[in-house]
Design a protein around this ligand. Structure first.
Ligand SMILES: NC(=O)c1ccc[n+]([C@@H]2O[C@H](COP(=O)([O-])OP(=O)(O)OC[C@H]3O[C@@H](n4cnc5c(N)ncnc54)[C@H](O)[C@@H]3O)[C@@H](O)[C@H]2O)c1
Length: 273
């Protein structure tokens, strides 16, 4: 974990909205770790989640360390809730400098096994929600002098893994493309847009996903064995990459997809990430 730097931090004074800042279970998910890391590095954080209790837990964690955070409960597949989120951000902190979009869901299966209902559900959360919140955020990011958007995608957006997740893979690939479209549209207007591309990450989300069907320890070992570094990543690995892309240190970087995967994308032989 990173030491608390706050005033001299890498996003000191920046106003950060983390969408999907809670966690589906105990421990450090990608969104929760990102929210806490932004605050440790001096950011003022709006922790947004459809589960208000999960958002509040993240807010409490940040405040217990002396950081600045507010919570907001909102379902991001609803365009009105997305607009209200940005209004809440302005109400709490006066503006917006960094939008971090973490939410994502998946259903397992190839096209034969995937119902249209599941396909729509996954696209609604992974892609439509990103569209709604980004569309609401961009005028404020631009108004406030430019800023940064970080989308959390997945290696599965670029490469096929051991199991098919056709809705997840396709929606996240489109999210990566959306990021690049925004990057070009706003390149001369001060707003940067990038994605973090996690590989195998050990998070409560994964525990919740596998716990019902399989021995969690065996699944964790099997996941780690596929990674060239022979370990899964953590929410902190993902958060550190996002923090870099969101910070001024990445001021000349836009439209990038940054793998955080212990070398897995190289092993799987795809040059597009
Ligand atoms: N763990 C991995 O191995 C892995 C790998 C690649 C990518 N990812 C990506 O990481 C992200 C999830 O990371 P996490 O560990 O924080 O997961 P998480 O599921 O624990 O947390 C995500 C939070 O988002 C909230 N949320 C979900 N849908 C929402 C919606 N429509 N509106 C508002 N809030 C919503 C949930 O309530 C939850 O608290 C996803 O985008 C996923 O695709 C994870």
């Amino acid at each position: 974990m990173t030491a608390v730097l706050r005033g001299a931090g890498r996003v000191a004074g920046k106003r950060v909205a983390v969408i999907g800042a809670g966690s589906v279970g105990p421990g450090w998910g990608n969104g929760k770790a990102a929210a806490v890391l932004y605050a440790r590095e001096g950011g003022q954080v709006l922790a947004v989640d459809r589960d208000g209790k999960a958002a509040d837990e993240t807010v409490e964690l940040i405040r217990s360390e002396g950081g600045s955070a507010c919570g907001f409960a909102g379902e991001m597949t609803d365009p009105e809730a997305a607009r209200s989120t940005i209004e809440a951000m302005i109400g709490a902190f006066g503006g917006l400098d960094i939008l971090h979009f973490n939410v994502g869901i998946s259903t397992r299966g190839g096209i034969e096994a995937t119902s249209y209902e599941d396909w729509r559900k996954v696209f609604s959360v992974n892609l439509d929600a990103a569209f709604h919140i980004t569309k609401a955020a961009l005028p404020v990011l631009e108004r406030d002098g430019g800023g940064a958007i970080v989308f959390i995608t997945t290696l599965a957006a670029h490469l096929n893994g051991p199991y098919p997740y056709v809705g997840y893979e396709t929606s996240k690939a489109a999210l990566s493309r959306l990021s690049r479209s925004i990057a070009i549209e706003y390149a001369a207007r001060g707003v940067r847009s990038n994605t973090v591309v996690p590989g195998m990450i050990d998070t409560p989300h994964v525990h919740a996903h596998v716990a019902t069907s399989t021995d969690a320890g065996a699944v964790a070992s099997a996941r780690a064995a596929q990674v060239p570094m022979k370990r899964q990543g953590t929410g902190w690995d993902v958060a550190e990459a996002a923090l870099f892309l969101a910070s001024d240190a990445a001021g000349f970087i836009t439209g990038a997809d940054l793998p955080v995967d212990g070398g897995m994308s190289i092993l799987m032989g795809n040059a597009s990430v």
